[in-house]
Design a protein around this ligand. Structure first.
Ligand code: UD1
Ligand code: UDP
Length: 364
């Protein structure tokens, strides 16, 4: 029986793994789930395991709340110990976090093939920790699992042409799979929000939270949006901490800040929003899946199709641009429903079948 060790640690990875984990089980593949502990608050971790039917991790490495070096180093050492004990056919890693690169590095040094979900994405901004993580992971991986065709060209530009498979986006699978449960979650009702009567925001990227000038620009921008439409902001703990350290706060009359929420609540709130403002990779795509216009508070995006289709506007951390983009989308929302560009909702199944069928056939 094919054996896969899956490495997860951060919020979006629990969501992606929830899809793949059930597909692996259905394909008769044995999975050992390893949680690095990168995210550890109940609202950043436990809630996803409870809601999404993800099995409890077989190993919890407790490597959260540390700087890049300490976190990645601790994960690397502990993942290696798990791999020496389990000797799987594959190590499966997701996205671009420190947990991703730690898993990839630990595996490849032991000559265990790495499969990378969401391979080939690039922002071309090497100052982002995520960009370094994803480039290095792609170069360590034997199996590149793409969300769509565009990254195939980006990988080829770096000389990676073998083991490349377009399977679709596990986040699209998740959005479809959990939609009925999200509708039952009643988050909009609980928070007293009217359908189409609010904007939903998230904010956590290091390049925004750790740069006081950018953070101030975004606060001013979201406050200006809050004068046009109520803004709800489920706040990542990283951002809450930085606001506290800098003595900054949102005006509660303009921007309603709440703790991070579970995925089902988030899907329900995204679906009912008139506008989404974010610096998250996953949330940009979910805006598109739900046909909600998105304003991305970054200088670039990996998900360029969302912009090309007219559903996403890049505004950096500039208050004037944030306000102008919101005004434009509120008065002129896109007319055509967005096409499905990130797969057909069966990425999890395709990943499971590839791992099963190619086990033992990839040599590194
Ligand atoms: C990480 C990923 C980022 C991803 C995000 C998803 C890296 C380099 N970054 O960013 O790509 O978009 O996860 O959400 O891997 N914290 C808590 N409680 C938690 C988690 C974090 O308090 O449960 C605080 C801690 O102060 C921690 C800080 O947030 O030091 C940053 O956490 P970390 O996991 O290093 O990075 P994220 O910003 O969450
Ligand atoms: N998300 C969530 N609760 C929140 C904020 C986000 O469940 O309070 C979900 C969101 O719907 C998406 C994923 O978390 O599926 C995105 O994760 P995040 O923005 O933390 O990371 P990124 O995608 O930028 O790596």
């Amino acid at each position: 029986m094919t054996h896969v060790v899956s490495i997860v640690g951060a919020r979006p990875q629990f969501i992606k793994a929830a899809v793949v984990s059930r597909a692996l089980a259905a394909a008769g593949v044995r999975e050992t789930l390893v949680h690095t502990g990168q995210h550890y608050d109940a609202a950043m971790s436990d809630v996803f395991f409870q809601e999404l039917g993800l099995p409890p991790p077989a190993h919890h490495l407790g490597a959260g709340g540390l700087g890049h070096g300490a976190a990645t180093g601790r994960m690397l050492e502990k993942i290696e110990a798990v791999l020496l004990e389990t000797r799987p056919d594959w190590v499966l890693v997701y996205g671009d976090t420190n947990s991703t690169i730690a898993g990839a590095l630990a595996a490849v040094k032991l000559h265990i093939p790495v499969a990378h979900v969401e391979a080939g994405m690039r922002s071309f901004n090497r100052r982002m920790p995520e960009e370094i993580n994803r480039v290095l992971t792609d170069h360590a991986a034997s199996l590149q699992l793409l969300t769509h065709e565009h990254p195939r060209k980006l990988l080829a530009d770096e000389g990676i042409t073998t083991g490349v498979h377009t399977v679709g986006d596990t986040m699209y699978d998740a959005a479809l799979l959990f939609r009925p449960a999200a509708e039952r979650s009643g988050a909009r009702r609980r928070l007293g929000l009217e359908d189409g009567g609010y904007a939903l925001a998230t904010l956590h990227r290091a390049e925004n939270t750790d740069d006081p000038a950018r953070l101030r620009g975004i606060i001013t921008g979201l406050t200006a949006v809050g004068a046009m439409i109520p803004v709800l902001l489920p706040l990542h703990p990283r951002t809450r901490k930085m606001l506290g350290e800098l003595g900054l706060a949102f005006d509660p009359l303009r921007v309603r800040v709440i703790d991070p929420i579970g995925y089902l609540d988030m899907l329900d709130l995204e679906r009912g929003a008139r506008l989404i403002l974010t610096d998250s990779g996953g949330v940009q795509k979910e805006a598109l899946f739900n046909g909600v216009p998105c304003i991305t508070m970054r200088d670039e995006t990996e998900w360029v199709e969302t912009v090309e289709l007219g559903w996403n506007i890049l505004v950096g951390a500039d208050a004037v641009r944030i306000e102008a983009a919101a005004r434009r989308f509120l008065s002129h929302p896109p007319k055509e429903a967005p096409p499905p560009v990130y797969g057909d909702g069966r990425a999890g199944e395709k990943i499971a079948m590839l791992l099963r069928d190619l086990a033992g056939k990839v040599h590194i």
